[in-house]
Design a protein around this ligand. Structure first.
Ligand code: B3K
Ligand code: ZN
Length: 850
């Protein structure tokens, strides 16, 4: 639906809906082009609402008939919904509409994916299915009847009557419309069962297209582990007789937590050792858990309005992070999460799209499913837990579930349970929800006569619409190391609440080395003058695994910044320290692999920009290549040792131990390839029995410029597996030389298997382009033009995915005048496109705004 002048919605305008709903009955008569949806909705006046205007959302619906209490009515219909005069007391609304799922390429509402009917209603897709108050604070139990010839027809809740050509479903738990789901098609299931700790038997199914049955076991096993974990850790049990997961190929995101019927992007469910990498397995485990955990944090307790999105998303991300940390390695998980947070959320917070964890206005809510709402939202909960302690956190969560079960709640409700449990005033803490921007925490120190003092100064730069910032509560976890490397002060939390504040440590026998922001205790940027000797010391001795890794990362970053800005040679201090760390067998191989990873191009551009310089993508690329070469030379022998020592001979398991070993062996392979030109990579590619090794072999061959034959062989081997072919598309872009990235991406868009309508495939090429910094930011502008061309083409087909990919341009003001002018031209060209969607219009306007 197009909107000429997109209107913003404001949190401050919230009003309860005029009516409550006692029951919803929906009947679907499925047809690819003419599905009929009959609705019967029992309304009654909401005593708490200020107005009783009857408005139902509806978009792109052909209204066939409408009646109130059995009497036909003629509502006033607009592009966004309908209004109608209604009785003073309770009444029943009945309507029939017709929709065209086969024409729905936006993948929101009811649509078709490879002949299968499926839905996506969050945030505002239900209004494309029928007329309804499509807002999260209107909750109701749903009865659904599906009529059609599909062998499998699913909806939310528990199964009811079923017969030739129909299936009925009853969901007893009141839910908002965004959690509605329907799936129908030729599907096969991978079944299992789970008994909750109070003895409720639950039937579990993973539904897939015939042929994919063999790739469901890991998802199922992850689901059962997630169910048991949520009982153990949060005391939360499942509450229906059946839990269904369905894999669909065309999906705008990872997955969706519809009540009792989770719908997943097939990339987030299907896995076998031969077709999925270790990283894919870990992602599947995390997403399965995330969607399952939403059953309580999102579904049983939902959001009052979309401004409160972080209430369910921040908390559910936090819970899935805890789950993965428990299942695998907590330090490795934490490091990975911080790398992702800095890459995506810090970048967002530093640019034109910065917004608070709880935004105060939006034009299109789908544009606010962001790293800030999700990942920073999770960090805010982590800080809260640190501040109140684990025990109080547990009691606050129990109270939250008790007090708000069945509610559409707010961030105020959430903070109040913590205040009630701890007696603590969280007014200042709430700024984390209200103010955008990443705080800078400047640290200086004094030492005299056994007393060590840390001085903190905090400052948050202005963000769009928020020029002034107040001091926040920042929990800074600090430990101190003595000169011999022993810890002389265990981790304590310095609670910084003022713009400037100092903390003193007494009784020390010498000047300590501080380990600041252990475990990344707050999402801030620490600024402190230090040197490489101290970083190397922390890398060798810090007992906090996060800060140990951080010290190595800082060494690498400083080495790279000196190479980029001052043309320095690769720093021997870094090379020595990283070699010592890599050879330290007392460290987890997964940790060593992470420590061998270098900061990304975007991370370096961000760092250089923050320090007041203009990042040059070519210089950044060149420095990374030079450091990788120098490291490969310095560690040549060690790389072979590491490679040999971390070959896994046992049958494939996607667990932390095996994937850690493979990660380290693959990091070694990358170094070896720089010396042997690809011989070892070729051997690994040919002999691999799992995708983790095969893909690493191919990646290294492509990077070495020797990947053409391997890429052809890979394609021939996997041409019938769409998820593997997605990897084939994206790897060729990601591994390209920056000079050729855009040309290779363009060529791939001409490949017969390129499908613009499939978001996974589109992202595999154009998303990969946008993430290949030096290639995307090629000085000619060819990367920008190619992406803009495709965004213009995709927008009328799928506005949501188009708008999401516009974030490729969010960093444009960091760059030189030439690149800025080239990007501006492309942004303006997209903006000038006739009929541009509301989604993309909002994104471009925000990115272009001064
Ligand atoms: N809640 C969904 C995301 C919906 C996105 C709508 N544009 C998946 C999740 O966060 O679990
Ligand atoms: Zn979620």
């Amino acid at each position: 639906m197009r909107d000429a002048a997109p209107q913003a919605v404001y949190l401050s305008d919230y009003q309860p809906y005029g009516f409550l709903i006692d029951r919803v009955a929906l009947t679907f008569r499925l047809d690819p082009h003419a599905t009929r949806v009959r609705s019967r909705i029992a309304f009654r006046p909401n005593p708490e609402a200020p107005s009783r205007d009857f408005f139902l959302h509806g978009e792109g619906l052909a209204l066939i008939s409408a009646a109130i209490d059995g009497t036909p009515v003629s509502p006033e219909v607009t592009e966004t919904g309908l209004t109608c005069t209604v009785p003073d007391g309770p009444f029943t609304w009945e309507a029939e509409v017709e929709i065209d799922p086969a024409a729905n390429t936006a993948l929101e509402g009811l649509y078709m994916s490879n002949g299968m009917y499926c839905t996506q209603c969050e945030a505002e897709g239900f209004r494309k299915i029928t007329y309804y108050p499509d807002r999260p604070d209107v909750m109701a139990p749903f009865d659904v009847r599906i009529e059609g010839d599909a062998p499998v027809m699913l909806s939310n809740g528990n199964p009811g009557a079923r017969g030739a050509g129909f299936a009925e479903w009853h969901d007893p738990w009141p839910k908002p419309s965004y959690l509605f789901a329907l799936v129908a098609g030729e599907l096969v299931n991978h079944p299992d069962s789970f008994t909750t700790r109070s003895g409720r038997p639950v039937e579990l199914n993973v539904w897939v297209r015939p042929g994919d049955e063999g790739k469901c076991a890991f998802a199922m096993e992850s689901l059962k582990r997630a169910m048991a974990w949520d009982e153990r850790t949060y005391g939360r049990e499942y509450d229906l007789d059946v839990f269904n997961i369905v894999a669909v190929d065309d999906f705008n995101m990872g997955a969706m937590e519809n009540k009792g019927l989770n719908i997943f992007n097939s990339a987030a469910v299907l896995a076998s050792p031969e077709t999925a990498t270790d990283a894919n397995f870990e992602r599947i485990e995390g997403i399965i858990a995330h969607e399952y955990f939403h059953n309580w944090t999102g579904n049983r307790i939902t959001c009052r309005d979309w401004f409160q999105l972080c209430l369910k998303e921040g908390l559910t991300v936090f819970r899935d992070q805890q789950f993965t940390a428990d299942q695998r390695s907590a330090p490795v998980k934490r490091i990975g999460d911080v790398v992702a947070l800095r890459a995506r959320q810090f970048r967002e917070d530093a640019g034109p799209l910065a917004h608070p964890v709880r935004p105060e206005s939006f034009v299109e809510i789908n544009n606010f499913y962001t790293a800030t709402v999700y990942e920073k939202g999770a960090e805010v909960i982590g800080m809260l837990k640190r501040l109140v302690g684990d025990d109080a956190y547990g009691r606050a969560l129990d109270l939250y579930f008790d007090r708000h079960d069945g509610d559409a709640a707010t961030i105020e409700d959430w903070l109040t349970v913590f205040e009630d449990v701890t007696g603590r005033d969280l007014a200042q803490f709430k700024l984390w929800y209200q103010e955008a921007g990443t705080p800078r925490l400047r640290v200086t120190e004094d030492y005299a006569d056994g007393t060590y003092t840390l001085h903190f100064t905090q400052h948050t730069p202005p963000t769009p619409g928020q020029p002034e910032k107040l001091p926040r509560v920042i929990p800074v976890a600090v430990g101190l190391l003595g000169p011999n490397g022993d810890e002389v002060q265990e981790t304590v939390i310095c609670e910084v609440t003022e713009a400037r504040q100092s903390f003193t440590f007494d009784g020390l026998s010498g000047r300590p080395v501080p380990s600041i922001l252990r475990d990344f205790s707050a999402p801030v940027i620490v600024e402190r003058d230090t040197d490489n000797a101290e970083r190397a010391f922390l890398l060798a001795h810090d007992t906090d695994p996060f800060n140990k890794w951080e010290a190595g990362r800082a060494l690498a970053r400083e080495a790279l910044v000196a190479m980029i800005l001052d043309d320095a040679a690769p720093d021997p201090a870094y090379l020595d320290a990283v070699a010592a760390m890599a050879r330290d067998d007392s460290l987890d191989p997964a940790f060593r692999a992470l420590a061998l990873d270098l900061p990304g191009q975007d991370d370096l551009a961000q760092t250089i920009h923050t320090r007041g310089h203009t990042p040059n993508p070519d210089a950044i690329w060149a420095a990374l290549e030079a450091l990788r070469d120098a490291r490969a030379a310095r560690m040549e022998e060690l790389a072979h040792e590491l490679f040999a020592a971390h070959q896994v001979t046992a049958p494939y398991r996607p667990d932390a131990a095996q994937s850690g070993a493979r990660a380290l062996a693959n990091a070694a392979l990358a170094m070896i390839t720089r010396r042997d030109g690809g011989a070892a990579a070729q051997a690994q590619f040919e002999q691999a029995t799992n995708m983790t090794l095969q893909l690493a072999g191919l990646a290294n061959l492509l990077r070495a410029g020797r990947g053409d034959a391997a890429a052809r062989a890979f394609y021939d081997q996997w041409r019938d597996d769409r998820l593997v072919i997605d990897k084939w598309f994206s790897l060729q872009v990601v591994q390209a030389d920056p000079e050729d990235t855009a040309d290779i991406a363009r060529r791939l868009t001409e490949h017969p298997d390129f499908e613009m309508k499939n978001p996974n495939r589109f992202r595999a090429v154009l998303g990969a382009l946008s993430m290949s910094q030096a290639g995307f930011h090629h000085a000619s502008g060819k990367g920008y033009t190619l992406l803009a061309d495709w965004l213009i083409r995709l927008d009328p087909v799928n506005p949501q995915t188009t708008a999401r990919l516009c974030t490729a341009f969010e960093t444009w003001r960091r760059f030189d005048g030439n690149r800025q002018a080239l990007i501006r031209r492309e942004l303006e060209r997209i903006r000038a496109t006739d009929g541009l969607s509301r989604d993309t219009t909002e994104m471009i306007d925000r990115i272009l705004a001064a």
